[in-house]
Design a protein around this ligand. Structure first.
Ligand SMILES: Cc1cc2nc3c(=O)[nH]c(=O)nc-3n(C[C@H](O)[C@H](O)[C@H](O)COP(=O)(O)O)c2cc1C
Length: 320
């Protein structure tokens, strides 16, 4: 049995598994590997570096991939979207901010518009603006998001709220059990970040990947301090889920103190990043870390997730 959903039909893919467009992590090689394995790879356009995004599309070669942007930062350099659309991406995903200035252009270019949302209101608004797919992101998710709803309650509520628009579940989905559960909640597939960060093709420090295999979901927290030290003007209601480290121990909950000591703290922080010292440098990751024990090729992650979900759905809720 293979799993067919509105998502697999829309893109003509084998498995309802989408790589999250993780900034600095989901490069062209990872996106291409996920697509080649039968999922859909999205390049992480992040805060937007035009040359970098173009390079990653080139690296992805002939594999059909898409791209994701952080919406509030795209607003500061809208030309980036034109460059990306010129690459004829399978999809453009927008997360975190007002999609109004961009939705029409993306659809007019013939790309599928995917919008990541954290609330029912946000999901309804995105559909009204033209979203073709909604990602319902729970607070368990790695990286930026909100401290509000959990994946388990948010996904079926969004499915009910958006009618025929396919919904992807995002947040702590790291294996076939999570995929099967998401489909049972009415999702058309899953958007997976943390599990693919611990893949051979992912960009990012080896030290970060090693932390991912050692740390547990209990050790993650949502915080603004890494945005403060990176000087990124995130709207306050978005926080980033990361693995706790010495930097969070000192500064999480003391944001005003960090702002006051920023000159010196930023210098120390930048040194830690240069030294690949994850005791201070951020490793964004979600609660699904408990299920991440080894760094694997992306194809193995896609295939094992799909096979496990197929088996579980085939056998129903029986335990053996
Ligand atoms: C390291 C990392 C970086 C991320 N960067 C982005 C990003 O640049 N843009 C974005 O839309 N989402 C980003 N996310 C969030 C993902 O889109 C997604 O919601 C999340 O990874 C799903 O939860 P999971 O990590 O538990 O699988 C990032 C997540 C991680 C773990």
């Amino acid at each position: 049995m293979t799993i067919s959903t509105p998502l697999t039909e829309m893109f003509g893919i084998d498995h309802p598994i989408v790589l999250a467009p993780m900034g600095g992590v989901s490069g062209g090689a990872l996106a291409a590997a996920v697509s080649a394995a039968g999922g859909l790879g999205l390049i992480g356009g992040g805060y937007g570096d035009q040359d970098w995004v173009a390079e990653q599309f080139d690296l992805a070669g002939n594999q059909r991939t898409g791209v994701g942007f952080i919406t509030w930062s795209l607003a500061e350099q809208p030309e980036l979207l034109d460059e990306a659309l010129a690459k004829e991406p399978a999809a453009v995903m927008l997360s975190f901010g007002d999609i109004t200035p961009f939705a029409g252009k993306i659809k007019a270019a013939g790309a599928t518009l995917i919008c990541q949302e954290q609330t029912l209101e946000g999901a309804r608004r995105a559909v009204a603006e033209g979203a073709d797919i909604i990602v319902a992101q729970g607070t368990e998710a790695g990286g930026h998001g909100s401290s509000g709803r959990t994946t388990l309650s948010l996904v079926p509520a969004v499915v009910d709220a958006v009618g025929n628009t396919p919904v992807l579940a995002a947040g702590a989905i790291s294996d076939g059990r999570g995929l099967a559960a998401a489909l049972m909640l009415g999702a058309a597939g899953v958007l997976v970040g943390t599990r693919f960060f611990a893949s051979q093709e992912a960009l990012g420090m080896d030290a970060a990947k090693k932390r991912l295999t050692e740390a547990a979901g209990d050790e993650t927290l949502r915080t603004r301090i890494f945005d403060i030290v990176h000087d990124l003007p995130w709207p306050e209601h978005f926080t980033g889920r990361a693995i706790a480290n010495q930097f969070t121990e000192v500064w999480h909950g003391r944001e005003a103190g960090l702002e006051a000591a920023l000159d010196i703290e930023r210098r120390h922080y930048q040194m830690a990043v240069a030294d690949m010292n994850t005791d201070a440098a951020v490793v964004f990751a979600g609660e699904g870390l408990d299920l991440v024990e080894t760094v694997l090729p992306a194809s193995v992650i896609v295939e094992s997730m799909a096979r496990e979900a197929e088996k579980l759905l085939d056998k129903g809720a029986r335990r053996n």
